[in-house]
Design a protein around this ligand. Structure first.
Ligand code: ZN
Length: 255
């Protein structure tokens, strides 16, 4: 990270870190470091982590997760077990209070006989049989909502090629141009300035962001601008002087 900041400061920029960076760092810690991103580099897992309801914190049974993952059974069970062990997927129970009818998600350690409803605070007896449901760790879910999936997979893509890379998440630059860069990776002398988007929703905003990024890259020696996305890169991007990393590079097989 120091090498990256040094280059940016040399080019006359004041460097700070944006609000998303602590989420990304926290996710990396849960994964057990950059090597742990390998666990996310799985088509079934990427489908689950891209699902809007899962990102909102909804809990699903294993059977439901299996269906949501798009019928790709490969590795799902194995990866899920590893991510449960790392507290990235949390195990619990979806229970409905017979008094106020509120359905709420309870961690196993919160269970008691009777259980106090999280809504109406009246006691009720938990059913005799109940399947586990799985919910994303809230830090992980928040990071994903902030765009972490493409950021982490892009970092892992370079890390696989060269484990000596340095990186910085969410770099805020103030100088001749102001912008924030989702991810920077320094690989030897080469600095990758990477705009990451799970999906492109607004072409115009993306293009403005890219143009600011390209202007900054021109001021840095040996820098290259990259647009990384798990979705389809917008047509305008393809006409700009930049590199695209798509699902082909970021995932073991296209989804
Ligand atoms: Zn209740």
């Amino acid at each position: 990270m120091n090498g990256i900041i040094h280059q940016l400061e040399q080019a006359g920029y004041h460097v700070s870190i944006d609000d998303k960076a602590p989420y990304y760092q926290g996710m990396l810690a849960l994964l057990g470091g950059v090597e742990g991103i390998e666990r996310l580099r799985d088509v079934a897992q990427v489908r689950l982590l891209s699902h809007a309801q899962i990102r909102k914190g909804r809990a699903y049974t294993y059977r439901e997760l299996f269906q949501l993952s798009g019928g790709h059974p490969q590795k799902l069970e194995q990866v899920l077990m590893q991510l449960v062990e790392r507290h990235i997927w949390l195990r619990g129970y979806r229970l409905r209070c017979p008094n106020c009818t509120l359905e709420h998600w309870y961690r196993p350690q919160a269970l008691s006989d009777p259980l106090t409803c999280a809504g109406c605070y009246r006691p009720f007896v938990v059913p005799l049989e109940q399947p586990f449901t799985y919910q994303l760790n809230p830090l992980f879910a928040e990071g994903l909502r902030q765009g972490a999936l493409t950021v982490l997979l892009a970092l892992y893509y370079r890390y696989q090629q060269n484990q000596a890379v340095q990186w910085a998440f969410g770099v805020l630059l103030q100088g001749e141009y102001q912008t924030d860069i989702d991810l920077m990776v320094l690989e030897g002398e080469r600095l990758y300035v990477i705009e990451c988007k799970d999906n492109v929703t607004d072409d115009v905003v993306v293009q403005a962001q890219i143009e600011r990024g390209l202007a900054i890259v021109r001021q840095l020696p040996n820098a290259e601008y990259v647009f990384a996305t798990l979705g389809q890169p917008p047509p305008t991007v393809k006409q700009l002087p930049l590199k695209v990393w798509s699902a082909e590079q970021l995932l073991p097989q296209s989804i």
